[in-house]
Design a protein around this ligand. Structure first.
Ligand code: ZN
Length: 134
């Protein structure tokens, strides 16, 4: 089964701007949308305030879920950044993945950010295609 996530180019730029502002700390948030299409990003405070891990602030996360529900959308993805790499899901990401949605990792190399998507299940991460739409 191939899982994909569609993200508009402008939404991707919005995510990159969000995580770039918070670098070198990791940043995180939720992606809301319908079916396999992300329509909105909601940034959530990284309670860990760490450059190598993230813990979503529970209050902000709850607030974000309320917003998604009241707007008739679904949780379609979770994003977080790796300001110092790598591009792939870390063992901690795999261990702590709590939702069966696409995990988008924004990794920085030099001044450029690159987005990759992963499906995490049964203690392993497999890459899924992110479709960046105009
Ligand atoms: Zn990570």
């Amino acid at each position: 089964m191939t899982r994909t996530l569609e993200i508009s180019h402008s939404l991707l730029q919005e995510m990159i701007a969000y995580v770039d502002q918070r670098a070198p700390l990791e940043a995180c948030g939720l992606l809301a949308g319908k079916a396999a299409r992300a329509e909105k990003m909601i940034g959530v405070l990284n309670q860990a305030q760490s450059p190598v891990r993230f813990v979503m602030d529970p209050y902000e996360q709850l607030h974000a879920f309320d917003w998604i529900e009241s707007n008739g959308l679904d949780l379609v993805g979770i994003f977080h950044s790796h300001p110092a790499g790598p591009e792939t899901a870390s063992p901690t990401d795999i261990l702590e993945a709590a939702y069966e949605v696409v995990h988008v990792i924004l990794a920085r190399a030099g001044t450029q950010w690159k987005a990759r998507g992963f499906w995490i299940e049964d203690d392993k991460a497999s890459e899924v295609a992110l479709q960046i739409m105009e």
